[in-house]
Design a protein around this ligand. Structure first.
Ligand SMILES: [Zn+2]
Length: 267
């Protein structure tokens, strides 16, 4: 096996461990009015309230070249740490660093060459609505409109896409969305795929606003965010809100102001 093939295997395992650990540690939330109206992500124990947890994990490694403009081999760790220290207030960037073993992953600048997104159809799956793809597009654009250097272009040819969004009836585990992304060895994300369910695995159907909220969460992962413990954020493991919070916005902006890679010395 080539060295490049090993990278995603190494990071897949701890992330799976993280997901498993969180299932056992999370207690039942007190249902909030907005939550019960917008069930999005939840654990199995959350029963009828919940929709899903997701897994965000690095999958296969795409042999994409590292952008020449900013390799992490040259970034100044001291400078990055300083910028983190100054910019982390009001964000959950430190939780992400813990979850990611002190490394940040993000897309390179894709303003002039937008990330091509193909959104599939769930026609034929019970519970499908022709309005769902528009909600997913809304989610991509809401994150992009924060001013991060990533634009999205929605394409009709899946072969031409960097990102694929597909639909299933339900997951066999208590999740309602799943994001898989791949990075190169410099921690630049190079492609990603999102799977969205139309039903919680307990059977509850998702409506338009739930699909939008799940999509916001999964696109957050696609762009490099991980979970926060604050349940008022869209990036909490069990989504309870419909919109991005100030912390969601601030964390994404901070992530895209920093180079990707480990902030540890010697890594
Ligand atoms: Zn998630």
């Amino acid at each position: 096996m080539k060295r490049t093939d090993l990278i995603p295997v190494v990071i897949l395992l701890p992330l799976l461990g993280f997901v498993a650990a969180q299932v056992t540690e999370t207690t039942h939330p007190a249902p909030e009015p907005r939550v019960s109206a917008v069930p999005v992500e939840a654990h199995a124990e959350a029963g009828r309230l919940g929709i899903a947890r997701h897994m965000a994990e690095a999958a296969h490694l795409a042999p994409a070249p590292t952008p020449a403009a900013a390799t992490d081999a040259t970034h100044d760790l001291g400078d990055v740490r300083q910028r983190l220290a100054v910019g982390s207030a009001g964000t959950y960037i430190n939780e992400i660093l813990v979850e990611r073993d002190s490394a940040l992953a993000r897309w390179p600048d894709r303003t002039s060459q937008p990330v091509k997104v193909w959104i599939g159809s769930g026609t034929g799956i019970k519970g499908w609505s022709d309005t769902f793809p528009a909600r997913v597009r809304d989610a991509f654009e809401e994150w992009s409109d924060l001013g991060i250097p990533v634009r999205f272009e929605f394409v009709t040819d899946s072969l031409d896409a960097d990102v694929h969004v597909v639909w299933i009836d339900h997951f066999d585990t208590p999740i309602s969305g799943k994001t898989l992304w791949a990075r190169d060895r410099s921690w630049w994300i190079v492609n990603a795929n999102i799977t969205l369910a139309l039903h919680h695995n307990a059977g509850e159907a998702l409506d338009d606003s739930s699909v939008k909220a799940i999509a916001l969460h999964e696109v957050g992962h696609l762009l490099g965010l991980d979970h926060t413990s604050d349940t008022t954020d869209i990036m909490t493991a069990r989504v309870r809100v419909r919109d991005l919070s100030n912390a969601d916005r601030a964390t994404m902006k901070l992530l895209y102001s920093l180079p990707p890679g480990s902030i540890r010395q010697g890594k």
